[in-house]
Design a protein around this ligand. Structure first.
Ligand code: FES
Length: 138
């Protein structure tokens, strides 16, 4: 195994090799599109939300291994959470759930945090006028 792989935790490698919740979604309630302008990597996140609870999450990431692993982890983390709780998930929390990322790859986890916020913002924007009581900045 190449020595640079030892930079990554087993959990990162496992989510990179077997990412959870990959793919698109029919009729998502919220869609997040984010990108890292420095490396050009892109993440799209799709959420199903019912009664302010995230019931399903899928992603498509065109990016590095750390971006794929953090995308996979964040989809697992948001499921079952209220949107207010999901908005509180930081990139650091995603990285910690993966048993850490090398400092040089921490920026990749920012995509995951931003994608959740972007998808929830989209949901809130679509919900406006539909008797939504959701606050974007609780
Ligand atoms: Fe671009 Fe990791 S190098 S997100």
């Amino acid at each position: 195994m190449p020595s640079e792989w030892s930079l990554y935790s087993e959990k990162v490698m496992e989510h990179f090799r077997n990412p959870r919740n990959v793919g698109g979604m029919e009729n998502p309630d919220g869609v997040g599109h984010v990108g890292n302008p420095t490396c050009g990597d892109i993440m799209e996140l799709y959420l199903k939300i019912k009664d302010n609870i995230i019931t399903d999450a899928k992603f498509k990431t065109f990016g590095c291994g750390a971006a794929i692993a953090t995308s996979s982890m964040v989809t697992e983390m948001v499921k079952g959470k209220r949107i207010e709780e999901a908005l509180g998930i930081s990139n650091k929390a995603v990285a910690e759930a993966l048993d850490g990322l090398p400092p040089i790859k921490m920026h990749c986890s920012v995509l995951a945090e931003e994608a959740v916020k972007s998808a929830i913002d989209d949901y809130i924007a679509k919900s406006k006028g539909k008797d939504s009581k959701v606050e974007s900045n609780p």
